[in-house]
Each structure stands twice: as C-alpha cells, then as structure tokens.
Ligand binder design. Structure first.
Ligand code: PMP
Length: 309
C-alpha cells in the first residue's frame, strides 16, 4: 500500500511536527548521496491495554548506538524522541503502526566527509500489517540463498542499522523475488548463514534452537533477542553463539525468520528444498503464538517490554 492511500498526515522532523507533504529535504543531502543515515523499525501494537510500543527502549538504544561509528550527533534525547512518537500516534488516532525513526547527514556540502553537514532527525509512523503477508505467518515462505554475500563486519559495522547497508538487502530481496521466492537468506563473507535482508534467521534441530552468533556479521535483532528469551523461558535450549552452514538449512527440522516487521515468519523451502514437512513446524508455531500473545498483551508477563501510548 502506498503512503498516498494511508490516513496519515504528520511527521516529526528536527523537533517539530510538520505536515506529511512538508517533510522534505534538499536533493544534495549528504545521506541521499552516500547512505550516511541510520534508522530504526519498531512496532506499536494494539494491545488489551491500549496501543503500546514494543521494546521501544531497546530500539532507541540501538538507534543511538548506530549513530556512533559515524560520529553522528543526534541532538534529541530519548525522552524527546519517545514523546514525539507517542504524540504522532495519538494525533493520527492510530492503534497499531510501524515506527520509523531516521537520522542522517543533511545539506551543506558534498565532500565524502560529512563535516559541517547538519544531522537531521525524523520520525514517521504508519499502519503496516504483516510484512511478508498474513498468509506467510501461517504457511511460511519460500526463500532463496542469495548470490550476493553480506558485507563483513570488518568492512562496515553490520551491527549499526545504516541506511546505506540496505542496498545489499535490496539486491538480495529483489533477486529472490525475481526468481519466484518471497525472500532471501544471505550468507556472510565466510559462507556461513548470516540473516535475511531485514530479518534474523533461526533453525530448529532435534528439539533445540540455533541462530547465528552476533559475530557472523548480522544485525543484533531485537526480535531475535525476544525470541531467544521467550524460547528459553519455554524451556528450550537456544544456541545463539554458533555458525550455521548453508547445508544445515536443508536438513533443519524447522526454520523461521524474526524481525520487527516480519515478526515470526516460518520458512518452508530453501532453494526449493523442503524444510521439515513443508509447513509451519511445531516449535515455530509455539514460539510464534507465544510472541503474539505477548505483543498483544493477552498475558501480563514481560510488561517491562512495553511503553504505553
Ligand atoms: N537483520 C536485518 C538486516 C534487519 O534489517 C532487521 C530489521 N531491523 C533484522 C535483522 C531484525 O531486527 P529487529 O528484530 O530488531 O527488527
């Protein structure tokens, strides 16, 4: 769905609420030319206790951390960004939405050095349903191992959510879709499983759960962290400090993606090789239903993960 079809009218930009159509930048913005921006993607869920931001503090913490390697000074503190986000949701009468904070080097000069370019900061919110489709949550998706490798964390900080990094995600995702798959899995420079273009990946084998280590050039996903904690609390053994080889994807009992947008999405085929019995596996289903039970606040556990609007 395009923004023009959505009932949203306000964006927060550099400390002010502005009309949606007025949230503009100059075409010679540094971040547009060199990908020198950082961003977040979070969700507000329509819970039994009203709209609530899920793990907002962790998203904000990652936002400030992402800015660090680029020496970008976000001149707005966490309290201001939180108030702005809550007000955006209230003003637009949203009960659930996706939240996109972004900060980037702005307009001043176009040397590669961003020196003297101002840091611009904005937050937008909009309604966004299941990222890979409702059907995907139930039946799973087919994925392709991308021919593109993920950049190594020795080349670019992969734990910073940097706008420029997403050209790799775009290439991988579009290659997969051109070939009839819903999404890609990207291997890292060493050839180990890294992640999806916008998701972390989990594998189930013999009743235990595996996900690539943070040292595998992945983003430190907040949903990844959530699922690790939920799974452990459900009594599962979770190995989160391992390398996973490409071949292990083919012999896994279950595979699934996690992400703020993708939530918990089962994977039913990798390069046409059927995973398990080709449907959402039982452990994936248990974790997925636990995830939705929590984010929709149908239980009062994990209340510390919520910021109420
Ligand atoms: N990896 C990449 C490359 C991503 O873009 C995302 C989405 N932010 C994730 C993993 C999942 O992270 P999170 O659960 O924090 O959304």
């Amino acid at each position: 769905m395009s923004f023009d079809e959505m009932d949203v009218d306000t964006i927060w930009m550099d400390g002010e609420f502005v009309d949606w159509d007025d949230a503009q930048v100059h075409v010679l913005t540094h971040g547009l030319h060199y990908g020198t921006g950082i961003f977040e993607g979070a969700r507000c869920y329509d819970t039994e206790e009203g709209p609530a931001l899920f793990r907002w503090d962790e998203h904000l913490e990652r936002f400030y951390h992402s800015a660090k390697p680029y020496e970008m000074d976000i001149g707005h503190d966490a309290e201001e960004l939180t108030e702005a986000t809550i007000e955006l949701i209230q003003r637009q009468d949203l009960t659930s939405c996706y939240i996109r904070p972004v900060a980037f080097y702005g307009y001043n000069s176009l040397g590669v050095s961003p020196k003297d370019c101002p840091t611009r900061t904005a937050i937008a919110v909009w309604p966004w349903g299941a990222y890979l489709g409702e059907e995907a949550l139930e039946n799973g998706i087919d994925v392709m191992i991308s021919s593109w490798r993920k950049h190594s964390s020795s080349q670019i900080p992969t734990n910073a959510k940097t706008t420029g990094l997403y050209v790799n995600s775009m290439l991988a995702g579009e290659e997969a879709r051109r070939n009839g798959y819903a999404e890609a899995i990207v291997l890292n420079k060493e050839g180990h499983v890294a992640e999806g273009p916008g998701e972390n990946v989990f594998l189930v084998r013999d009743g235990e759960i595996y996900t690539p280590a943070l040292s595998e050039s992945i983003l430190d996903g907040i949903t990844r962290d959530t699922v690790i904690e939920l799974a452990r609390d459900l009594g599962y053994t979770v190995h989160d400090n391992v390398s996973i080889s490409r071949g292990e994807l083919n012999t896994a009992d279950e595979l699934f993606f996690t992400g703020s947008a993708a939530e918990v999405t089962p994977i039913r085929k990798v390069d046409n090789v059927v995973v398990g019995d080709g449907s959402r596996g039982p452990i994936t289903e248990e974790i997925q239903s636990r995830f939705f039970e929590i984010v929709e606040r149908r239980t009062d556990e994990y209340d510390e993960w919520f910021t109420y609007v």
